[in-house]
Design a protein. Structure first.
Length: 276
């Protein structure tokens, strides 16, 4: 029981064949790595999949979780409405995470249909969830989902929230896999989506080195100026996931890293093994 494995997954929409077409050849390592990671997730046979996305309903002072019995999403935002994914959720786990977070003074919004209407949000799975879920479902695994969206909160708070996830999974006697969905720098090259900054490559090297060497505490101590210049979206989801592994015995495998289109895509697996 507990957290069986974890992973860092990028989420480029062009990785979907109907969207990327021939451009997918430029990120073939990422595609192959995500297929491998998805097979490993399937082999774990978890009871629940927990995703942590930087997209969806993001709040400055709270973490949010979509709280509906069934959820769906597609890629219509990227001109591809025909690729649609559906999943059930583990609402007991969602509520237990919220209640335990409240006890620890961390604000977590569980967004039911009524609350989604208040915040004027449709309640669809965002592409930060859909990309890893696409590969996992393609691998043949379909288990309940807990779709968490990061908050724009202090890194220490996010790490503490991750520890709560671990505690609740253990309390409920579940077998869980956690996927942190996030791209690294969006500023690796001239013409990149967020413009170019030479420190983007430095940020990506630092993250890959931290994960490869399993020096996870250093992720909380990266210079703020470097983070800002990198234009990333993956650090907060990663920190939550690392918090969920706190005190457990895990080792890492950096499966691939590519920055072909000016955005850093790292695929990393976290497996039971060495101390962290």
């Amino acid at each position: 029981m507990g957290i069986l494995m974890a992973g860092l997954s990028p989420h480029p929409p062009l990785i979907i064949p109907e969207i990327g077409g021939e451009r997918r050849e430029g990120i073939s390592k990422t595609i192959n790595s995500l297929k491998e990671l998805a097979e490993e997730v399937k082999d774990c046979q978890p009871d629940v999949l927990i995703t942590i996305s930087p997209h969806g309903p993001v709040f400055t002072d709270a973490i949010s979780i979509l709280d509906q019995e069934y959820l769906a999403g597609d890629f219509s935002e990227f001109g591809c409405s025909e690729v649609k994914l559906e999943t059930s959720t583990d609402r007991d786990l969602i509520q237990e995470i919220r209640e335990s977070s409240e006890i620890n003074n961390i604000e977590v919004l569980t967004l039911s249909s009524a609350e989604l209407e208040i915040y004027n949000y449709q309640g669809l799975l965002d592409h930060g969830v859909l990309i890893p879920l696409y590969f996992i479902q393609q691998a043949g695994l379909d288990v309940p989902l807990v779709p968490i969206t990061m908050g724009l909160m202090e890194y220490d708070t996010l790490y503490s929230f991750g520890r709560i996830i671990q505690q609740v999974v253990d309390k409920l006697g579940l077998k869980a896999v956690i996927i942190a969905s996030g791209d690294l720098s969006h500023r690796l090259k001239p013409g990149a989506p967020a413009g170019f900054n030479p420190r983007g490559e430095e940020f990506d090297r630092k993250i890959v080195e931290i994960l490869d060497n399993e020096n996870f505490s250093k992720a909380l101590k990266i210079e703020k100026g470097l983070i800002d210049k990198a234009g990333e979206c993956g650090l907060r989801p990663l920190i939550i996931m690392l918090g969920a592994l706190d005190g457990l015995s895990f080792k890492t495998e950096v499966k691939s890293y590519e920055g072909t289109f000016g955005v850093g895509y790292a695929v990393v697996g976290f497996y039971p093994g060495s101390d962290i």
